[in-house]
Write a protein that binds this ligand. Sequence first.
Ligand SMILES: [Cu+2]
Length: 138
Amino acid sequence: MSEQVSLKKAASYFFIFIALIFGVFYVKGNFLGNNLTNNAVLNEVQPSESGDVQIINLGFKGFNYDPEIIRVKYNVPVRIVVDTNTVRGCMTNINIPAFGISKTVTKNNNIIEFIPTKKGTFKFSCPMGMGTGNIIVE
Ligand SMILES: [Cu+2]
Protein backbone atom coordinates (compact mmCIF):
# COMPACT_ATOMS: atom_id res chain seq x y z
CA MET A 1 0.00 0.00 0.00
CA SER A 2 2.72 2.47 0.93
CA GLU A 3 4.56 1.40 -2.16
CA GLN A 4 1.57 2.44 -4.23
CA VAL A 5 1.46 5.83 -2.52
CA SER A 6 5.14 6.49 -3.16
CA LEU A 7 4.69 5.43 -6.76
CA LYS A 8 1.89 7.93 -7.12
CA LYS A 9 4.06 10.56 -5.47
CA ALA A 10 6.94 9.82 -7.80
CA ALA A 11 4.63 10.01 -10.79
CA SER A 12 3.28 13.39 -9.76
CA TYR A 13 6.79 14.75 -9.11
CA PHE A 14 7.78 13.53 -12.53
CA PHE A 15 4.78 15.25 -14.09
CA ILE A 16 5.59 18.53 -12.32
CA PHE A 17 9.19 18.24 -13.50
CA ILE A 18 8.12 17.80 -17.12
CA ALA A 19 5.63 20.66 -16.83
CA LEU A 20 8.42 22.92 -15.50
CA ILE A 21 10.70 22.05 -18.39
CA PHE A 22 8.01 22.88 -20.92
CA GLY A 23 7.27 26.08 -19.00
CA VAL A 24 10.91 27.16 -19.19
CA PHE A 25 11.09 26.50 -22.92
CA TYR A 26 7.87 28.41 -23.48
CA VAL A 27 8.98 31.44 -21.46
CA LYS A 28 12.43 31.39 -23.03
CA GLY A 29 10.90 31.28 -26.50
CA ASN A 30 8.77 34.32 -25.75
CA PHE A 31 11.66 36.14 -24.11
CA LEU A 32 13.90 35.62 -27.12
CA GLY A 33 11.03 36.73 -29.29
CA ASN A 34 10.96 40.15 -27.68
CA ASN A 35 14.67 40.60 -28.16
CA LEU A 36 14.74 39.59 -31.77
CA THR A 37 11.69 41.33 -33.16
CA ASN A 38 13.75 44.21 -34.53
CA ASN A 39 16.39 41.98 -36.09
CA ALA A 40 13.68 40.06 -37.83
CA VAL A 41 12.65 43.00 -39.98
CA LEU A 42 16.17 43.21 -41.41
CA ASN A 43 15.93 39.63 -42.60
CA GLU A 44 12.95 40.21 -44.80
CA VAL A 45 13.64 40.53 -48.49
CA GLN A 46 11.51 41.38 -51.49
CA PRO A 47 10.86 38.92 -54.30
CA SER A 48 13.28 39.12 -57.20
CA GLU A 49 12.44 41.30 -60.20
CA SER A 50 11.07 38.32 -62.07
CA GLY A 51 8.70 37.82 -59.15
CA ASP A 52 10.00 34.36 -58.38
CA VAL A 53 9.63 33.30 -54.77
CA GLN A 54 10.06 29.83 -53.39
CA ILE A 55 7.34 29.34 -50.83
CA ILE A 56 7.85 26.73 -48.12
CA ASN A 57 5.23 25.91 -45.53
CA LEU A 58 6.89 24.93 -42.27
CA GLY A 59 4.96 23.10 -39.58
CA PHE A 60 5.59 20.82 -36.63
CA LYS A 61 5.28 17.04 -36.75
CA GLY A 62 6.87 14.15 -34.86
CA PHE A 63 8.62 16.48 -32.38
CA ASN A 64 10.43 18.37 -35.13
CA TYR A 65 9.98 20.87 -37.89
CA ASP A 66 8.10 19.54 -40.90
CA PRO A 67 9.64 19.37 -43.45
CA GLU A 68 13.05 18.72 -41.91
CA ILE A 69 14.71 19.08 -45.28
CA ILE A 70 13.99 22.15 -47.36
CA ARG A 71 15.27 22.13 -50.94
CA VAL A 72 15.59 25.48 -52.66
CA LYS A 73 17.11 26.96 -55.80
CA TYR A 74 20.22 29.06 -55.52
CA ASN A 75 19.72 32.85 -55.60
CA VAL A 76 15.91 32.72 -55.81
CA PRO A 77 14.18 34.36 -52.83
CA VAL A 78 12.81 31.94 -50.25
CA ARG A 79 9.71 32.60 -48.23
CA ILE A 80 9.16 30.28 -45.29
CA VAL A 81 5.61 30.50 -44.01
CA VAL A 82 5.47 29.12 -40.49
CA ASP A 83 2.31 27.46 -39.23
CA THR A 84 2.11 28.96 -35.73
CA ASN A 85 -0.81 26.68 -34.92
CA THR A 86 1.61 23.76 -34.75
CA VAL A 87 5.01 25.45 -34.29
CA ARG A 88 5.05 26.67 -30.70
CA GLY A 89 7.23 27.65 -27.75
CA CYS A 90 10.94 27.88 -28.43
CA MET A 91 10.38 26.28 -31.84
CA THR A 92 9.01 29.65 -32.99
CA ASN A 93 12.53 31.08 -32.74
CA ILE A 94 14.03 29.90 -36.00
CA ASN A 95 17.73 30.28 -36.65
CA ILE A 96 19.51 29.92 -39.99
CA PRO A 97 23.03 31.04 -39.10
CA ALA A 98 24.40 30.64 -42.65
CA PHE A 99 22.06 33.41 -43.81
CA GLY A 100 22.16 35.53 -40.65
CA ILE A 101 18.62 34.72 -39.67
CA SER A 102 17.27 34.52 -36.15
CA LYS A 103 13.60 35.26 -36.02
CA THR A 104 10.77 34.52 -33.67
CA VAL A 105 7.60 34.10 -35.62
CA THR A 106 4.20 35.02 -34.24
CA LYS A 107 0.68 34.51 -35.49
CA ASN A 108 0.77 37.89 -37.25
CA ASN A 109 4.43 37.80 -38.30
CA ASN A 110 5.01 34.23 -39.39
CA ILE A 111 7.13 34.71 -42.50
CA ILE A 112 10.88 34.34 -42.88
CA GLU A 113 12.39 35.57 -46.12
CA PHE A 114 15.91 35.45 -47.43
CA ILE A 115 17.90 34.91 -50.61
CA PRO A 116 19.98 31.71 -50.62
CA THR A 117 23.22 33.24 -51.89
CA LYS A 118 25.33 30.17 -51.11
CA LYS A 119 25.06 26.62 -52.40
CA GLY A 120 25.27 23.74 -49.97
CA THR A 121 23.53 22.26 -46.94
CA PHE A 122 22.77 24.65 -44.11
CA LYS A 123 21.31 23.94 -40.70
CA PHE A 124 18.23 25.58 -39.28
CA SER A 125 17.10 25.08 -35.70
CA CYS A 126 15.41 26.41 -32.60
CA PRO A 127 17.71 27.98 -29.98
CA MET A 128 18.32 24.70 -28.11
CA GLY A 129 18.55 22.56 -31.20
CA MET A 130 15.55 20.44 -30.18
CA GLY A 131 14.00 21.23 -33.50
CA THR A 132 16.44 21.05 -36.36
CA GLY A 133 16.64 20.55 -40.09
CA ASN A 134 18.59 21.34 -43.23
CA ILE A 135 18.15 23.78 -46.05
CA ILE A 136 19.71 22.42 -49.22
CA VAL A 137 20.53 25.10 -51.76
CA GLU A 138 21.09 23.74 -55.27
CU1 LIG B 1 13.92 24.51 -28.79
